[in-house]
Design a protein around this ligand. Structure first.
Ligand code: SF4
Length: 101
């Protein structure tokens, strides 16, 4: 399994639902059924699929997905382009990672 240097989460309260993030970085962002976007980890990067949608895994600030190195540039670009300014990128932190479940 790959190591992560960064983690990412979305503040769903600020998400405008335009979908720019998943157009830029489809491996990390996806739409939820209520029209806001969430982060995810997919099997091709992490060995298992996990969606931080508030059901399968926490959403908001506790729903912190690891950023695959291969798409790090895309995730940074998505955060820069996000009109809601609600894509939060943080350094990987083991304690935060352990609190996800
Ligand atoms: S780019 Fe930002 S505001 Fe737009 S859907 Fe993604 S998280 Fe929400």
């Amino acid at each position: 399994m790959a190591d992560a240097e960064l983690m990412v989460w979305i503040d769903q309260d600020l998400c405008t639902g335009d979908g720019i993030c998943s157009e830029i970085a489809p491996d990390v962002f996806q739409e939820r059924s209520d029209g806001v976007w969430v982060v995810k980890e997919i099997a091709s990067h992490w060995g298992a699929d996990l969606v931080f949608d508030g059901e399968q895994a926490p959403d908001g600030s506790r729903g912190v997905a690891r950023v695959p190195a291969a798409v790090l540039g895309e995730v940074v670009e998505a955060a820069e382009e996000c009109p809601g300014e609600c894509i939060m990128i943080e350094p990987f932190d083991q304690a935060t990672f352990d609190k996800r479940s």
